[in-house]
Every structure is written in structure tokens, then in C-alpha cells.
Design a binder for this molecule. Sequence first.
Ligand code: SF4
Length: 505
Amino acid sequence: MPIRALSRGRTWLFPPTIEELMPEDHPARFVAAFVDELSRADWARLRIAVDGDPLGTPGYDPRALLCVWLFGFMTGLRSSRRLEAACRDQIPFLWITGWEHPDHNTLWRFYAAHRLEMRELFRRTVRTAVSAGLVDLAVQAVDGTRVQGSASRARTHDAAHLQQLLERTEAAIADLEAQNERGEDPPPPRLPKELARAQGLRERVRAAIAEVDAGTSPQQQVNLTDPDATLQKTRDGGYVVGYNAQAMVSSLDETAAGTTGLVILAAEVTTAADDHGQLASMIDAARELTGQAADTVLADAGYHSGPNLQACADRDQSVVMPEAQAKKLADPYHKQAFRYDEESDTFTCPKGQKLRQVGTNRRKRRPIAWLYRADRGVCAACPAFEACAKSRRHGRTIETGPDERLLQKHRAWMATPEAKKVYRRRKQLPEPTFGILKERQGAGRLLLRGLEQVRAEWLLLATAFNLRTLYQVWRRRRKPDSAGPVAPERVSQGYPVPLPLALPC
Ligand code: SF4
């Protein structure tokens, strides 16, 4: 096969415009159309002066800067320096900025000033999808993923390490101050900087010790780089210093949308090491944004608890979630195998012996539990003692709490084929969502520090995720043979692109 001539100095007789270089259905066009749809009230909510200031040097158009960040988050470019590079050498970014080249300082200042308000954009993506009837709201699934924060694990210390660090830092400060006082005239140029750094570290260590002493740090350890980040156990059994990022996910209604896809209906970040406390708040957040409750919420065993079942019952919310101890249910002497009789308030064990209430127990998680035991000596003489009981003195103890009835009811519901069938859908909802967020959008590692900032970052990632999904619908509806409602073709400001997907807020 002959080789084509290679010429890197090739010129165009009629150079194409940047508009001509951009495919008509490019995702950057969709993002630009999404931003163009923002009303003055929306810009006010974002606290962005879209008209700029009549005085002073002209600045970059905020619509372009917002598009750069949104498209960057969609494509995994999330640092201001990488976005600056993209605005110099990537056609979609050059098109977005109109061939302007904002530097990383400009991009960072815009992001730092407005990222907390940008959570409004997440609401807008959800409401757009819901009001256009694109989302199957019947089944929603919640899950959490552990994301690495912008901090090293080596900077996480417990009380003893913090005390040692404080002593070392104070010794270093004393040494630096002594050098200063020895009268080198002028003092060494590096000294004040080193001194300021050591003094700053001392303040952070003191604050961390105060936090551990006050018991406000849940794990009795504090990271000095990001004090809000906590140790989070990952699925492979390791630990990262980071956050627990939550998402409530639903799928597109394929008939209405003309394509498949996933939509994040609620997103949150917490420092909690487990998911137990997140179920009710995520259900409420999704309900508030979508305007209606899900028929069924799917959750994994990490959310299973009596209080969570009670919270769902209070909301009249059907929930499908297995128990963490599902495997133990097969044990013939599991509590499940003991039959409760309400009238006599007794349990009957698999060997037919009655267990009566003998007292109560106080627990941290449950305010109170009732204890049931067989008569003295019955269990000790039982052939199943080794398999069933642990205590020679008391025999087998059955413990029930205020949520017991709900737990039993839920266990029975989870054993039905219907629950098992619905639960299988969970694998198709949050898991691929987290996969896309981490692999394509670079969410495996957060770039900001502090809970509030990390929340803003996670919400912007969720916004970008939803924009990716909405883009698929938009692109599908642009095709002449597309199914679903088609709005009149519209010429957007500067972008002669038909917009068949209306974007109401
Ligand atoms: S150990 Fe006690 S509770 Fe367990 S099966 Fe035997 S008699 Fe029943």
C-alpha cells in the first residue's frame, strides 16, 4: 500500500470556521444550548452578572466560562490548568469560548466564586428530565461510593500522634526563633517563611487535638490536610481518606426518551463511614426534586436497619433491601426459626421449647430491647445446644426491639419472587452510574477540600452526568426518524442548531 504524503505545514485555501469544524450533534453544542436556556432569574440564582460591568476591561462572557466548566466536568477535565490547556488546543473548547483563551486563574476565580450556587444547575437537569417525562420514576435506587479526597492518608493522625507532632512542631518553632534571635543581621531570608509554616502547622495540630478531645471526630482521627475527610473503607477492603458520596438513580423511560440512560435524582456527600443514616434523607431529596415519590426504592444491605425500615414505613415508601446477615438466615437456629406468639408473648424454638420474656436491655442504637429465654436448664440439656446457644448459664437468648415487627415483615417481603425480581434492577442503576462518574468523568478523586466544597464538586459531577444523559436524548431526537415529541426547530443565539428537546426548569 502506498503511503500518503505527510505535510504538517499544509494550509487551507478557504480556511473553515470553527463553527464548520464542530459536528452539528456535538455534546458541546448541547451544553451551550443548555446554558443559553438559563433565564435572567437563573443567572441571578447562580449569582453571576451575565451582563458584566459597563466600566473596566472587558471580561470573558460568563456563559462561555460556565460552559467550559460544565463540558469539562462531562469529559473528565476538572482542573483549571487542564481546562486552560483545552481552551487552547481542543476544538470543542475553542468553539465554546469563541476562540478566546481564558487562563487558569480566570477559570479558577469563576469556579471558586460560583460553584456553591451551581448546585442550582443540578436541580435544573433533574427537573428538565422529569418535566419532559423522560424518567422512569417508579423504581429508584440509592447507593454510596467511597471517593478519595484531596488528602494523603499519611496526614491522618490519632490523638497520640497529634500530641507527638505538636511537640515536634513546637521544638522546631523554638529552634527557628532561636536562630532568629542569634542576631544574624539580616536574618536568613528563608526563616520567616519556615517559621510561618511551622506556626500554621501548630495551629492546625492544636485544632485537630481539640476536635479529637471534644469527640466531634467520629473516628478519633483527624486529617491535617482536609479535616473533614474521614477514613472510608472501600469495596476491596482497603481504606481511603475521603468521603461517602451518595446518589439516588433512576433510568430513562425508553419509550418516552427514545434511548436508554440513567439520571441522578439526588446527590449528597457525607463523612459517615457507612450508609445507614442516608436512606431517608436521599428518599426525601429525590422526592422534593422530582415532585413525587418512587413506587419502590432499591438499596443494598448497607442501608438495612430497623430505624430505616421505620422511616420508610412512616413515608409509606416501599423499599427493597436485603439484610446484611442474609446468609445467616439459612442457619436452622437463626432467630428467624423461632416462632413468636403474641398472645402469650413467647417464642417457640425449633425444638419446641418456650422462651419467655426475662428482662430488657439498653443498647446504643436501639433505645431498648426485650430478652427472651427458656426455663433454667432446658437449653443446657438440649442436643442442639452447641449449634444454638452460646451461654451455659443462660442458654439461648432471643432479643427483640421496637422494630422487630417491621423487620419480620420486611424479611417476608424480601423472600417473595417479586422483591427478588425488582432487586435485580439495582445492578443496572447506581453501579454503572458510579462507573461512568469515576472512569469517564474522573470522579475517583475529588479535587476540593472541606465538606461544603466537596458537596459542590459532587453535585457538579452529578449535573454533568445528567447532561450526558440528556445529550443522548437531544441527539436522538435530532434524527429525522426519531420517536417521541419534537418541538419546533429553533435558532439559538449564535448556534443555528435545532433544539427538539425543550428545557424547562
Ligand atoms: S438450645 Fe434452647 S433454644 Fe436452642 S433449640 Fe435447644 S432448647 Fe431450643
